[in-house]
Design a protein around this ligand. Structure first.
Ligand code: ZN
Length: 270
């Protein structure tokens, strides 16, 4: 199991960066404070908008088509991970998505139901592509091969009871991904390190930036997740990136990418 370091509350964060390919720029305490205030101000639970299976698929495919070319190029530039992805939707209405072996990506219908626009769906797909591009899936080890769980902390609210009943075996978790069934089977387990999650968010931002997708619009999805995660009891959140941190990280990524015009940050150990 890869080493993991905890974030320092308030004064920014320490990046141990275990398992990450790049040195993702750190978030300042000020940025985190702003994100926390924004999420608090946004208040209660975001609205779920029922979407038919057909519409969910169409939305996912449209978002995918916009980012796949730039994502593939970015992945080839990184040259460490899997760059051929099989992306599909699952009928699961929980707010989650996952990356599995062999370039597989599953986007739950619940993602489309909470997404305010196509850009937000693109963020989620880009995040999963980022896990593959940085080879997090292969590096996560057998027990964690299940994938990323972009919204695991959030989704946990709906499946808390199931999670509390005991850990889910890696095999069962993999099976659930393979069947496209409930990704929530792995709730309570940290699929990737926090550093890998931060990197996947950064890579998603880079993919969207290069594809000309509005990062400001896509950002709404992280706010939505933060609003939902803020309504949870502690526990599961201890092992997942907290909501406002991801919003602040996205803001820093936006600034960084604007400065570099979409270039990737330096690699670790370089
Ligand atoms: Zn992830």
């Amino acid at each position: 199991m890869m080493g993991r370091r905890l974030f320092l509350a308030g004064g920014g964060m320490l990046c141990g960066c275990a398992g990450a390919v790049h040195q993702v720029p750190p978030v300042t305490g000020t940025q985190l404070g702003l994100a926390q205030a924004e999420v608090a101000e946004a208040g209660g639970a975001p609205i779920r908008r029922p979407v038919s299976e057909r519409d969910a698929q169409a939305m996912m495919r449209s978002a995918l088509a916009r980012i796949r070319p730039s994502a593939t190029r970015l992945c080839q530039e990184m040259a460490v991970g899997v760059c051929r992805w099989e992306v599909r939707t699952s009928r699961d209405r929980t707010l989650n998505a996952g990356a599995g072996g062999d370039g597989r990506i599953v986007i739950n219908q619940g993602i489309m139901e909470y997404a305010a626009n196509e850009e937000e769906v693109a963020l989620v797909i880009g995040h999963e592509m980022g896990h593959h591009a940085a080879n997090h899936v292969a590096n996560s080890g057998d027990a964690r091969a299940i994938g990323s769980m972009i919204g695991a902390a959030v989704m946990a609210a709906a499946t808390l009871a199931a999670a509390a009943s005991g850990p889910v075996s890696a095999r069962a978790a993999r099976r659930s991904v393979e069947s496209g069934a409930n990704l929530g089977g792995a709730v309570g387990r940290l699929a990737f390190s926090k550093e890998q999650e931060r990197e996947a968010d950064y890579l998603a931002a880079a993919i969207l930036y290069r594809a000309g997708v509005d990062l400001g619009k896509a950002r709404g999805f992280l706010v939505t997740m933060a609003r939902l995660s803020g309504r949870m009891e502690t526990g599961i959140l201890d092992s997942h990136p907290a909501g406002p941190e991801r919003v602040a990280g996205w803001d820093e990524a936006m600034r960084d990418l604007a400065r570099s015009n979409g270039a990737l940050p330096p690699r670790r150990g370089v």
